[in-house]
Design a protein. Structure first.
Length: 311
């Protein structure tokens, strides 16, 4: 159990679920060729999860001091798992993740794609050791890496199967993946700022220069509010244009109830958020918004099937 806590397995399960959902609830339901067989797609998910797990391990190693103050119950290094053992696990996960990615890239005859896995592993390392303490930049990198975990599906499953004949069709599906990647980026970016506010005390003691430390908790909250309004407005416009106007009423109701309403709740509640518990609660709300937002791809497929069956 201590090793599972080290890699934050719940977050990894959510990441794997998200990638499986996009493949089988969305892409597989379309009349398009896909580059990867099911087992090959399994390798893509496995590689992504292994690299993410390595990222959590290296983050835990370098965050022992701050976590001892911010989240003492989550500290694993030195409490059952030595730092040496954690480093060995980190190296093993990274080597395995990059190796699986390299094999997959060669299977689909795109060996240069393996560099993407090396880039992800490198960014996760530099985030844990350096970027995390740099105002805004660390938040941006983590949010961008989540977006990449969505885009990588298109890179490996759509792009190699694209021909001159289906180029426009494949581009439209890649565009949908890009929309979800952008949504994931925006929500996770706000969440990273909120987490920095929540962890402000421990980060300050370690000399980190996160946004709330640099400008204060109140101003950082206002910036998080401003960044939260952006996806709220964009989602509202997106829902109206692509869901409501296309008679996808089930999806429209779902996104209003499970994405927009919680996002509005976040926008209202952050005005009065003061304590560590308040910001932890808001971080959890954003995590749920992200989950239900990604899950909407399944609701879209089900809504399409319903309309086809009742046409």
């Amino acid at each position: 159990m201590k090793y599972l806590k080290l890699i934050r397995y719940k977050n990894l399960l959510m990441l794997a679920f998200m990638q499986v959902l996009f493949r089988y609830a969305f892409l597989k339901q379309q009349d398009i060729p896909l580059a990867l067989a099911d087992w090959q797609y399994g390798l893509l998910v496995l590689s992504t999860v292994l690299l993410a797990a390595a990222g959590y391990v290296i983050n835990n190693i370098y965050d022992v001091a701050t976590d001892t103050i911010n989240k003492p119950q989550d500290v694993v290094i030195g409490k059952g798992v030595s730092e040496t053992a954690a480093f060995n696990i980190y190296i093993g996960l990274n080597v395995a993740g990059v190796a699986v990615g390299f094999v997959l890239a060669n299977i689909i005859l795109r060996p240069t794609f393996a560099s993407l896995f090396i880039l992800i592993a490198s960014l996760l390392y530099f985030y844990a050791t350096t970027l995390k303490s740099i105002m805004i930049l660390g938040n941006f990198v983590v949010a961008a890496l989540l977006a990449v975990s969505v885009l990588i599906i298109g890179v490996f499953d759509l792009f190699p199967a694209t021909t001159l004949e289906n180029k426009a069709q494949m581009a439209s599906f890649f565009s949908i993946l890009t929309d979800y990647a952008l949504f994931a980026f925006m929500i996770n970016f706000v969440r990273e700022i909120v987490k920095d506010i929540e962890d402000m005390d421990g980060d300050y003691n370690q000399g980190m220069n996160t946004l709330p430390i640099a400008i204060g908790k109140g101003r950082a909250s206002k910036i998080a509010l401003g960044f939260a309004i952006i996806p709220f407005i964009l989602c509202l416009l997106y829902i109206n244009k692509y869901f409501f106007e296309n008679n996808l009423l089930i999806v429209t109701f779902y996104t209003f109830a499970f994405v927009l309403a919680p996002l509005l709740y976040f926008i209202v509640k952050i005005f009065s958020a003061k304590t560590k518990n308040d910001f932890h609660h808001l971080s959890t709300v954003l995590k749920l918004i992200l989950f239900f937002g990604i899950l909407s791809i399944l609701i879209i497929s089900l809504n399409h099937q319903y309309l086809q069956n009742h046409a």
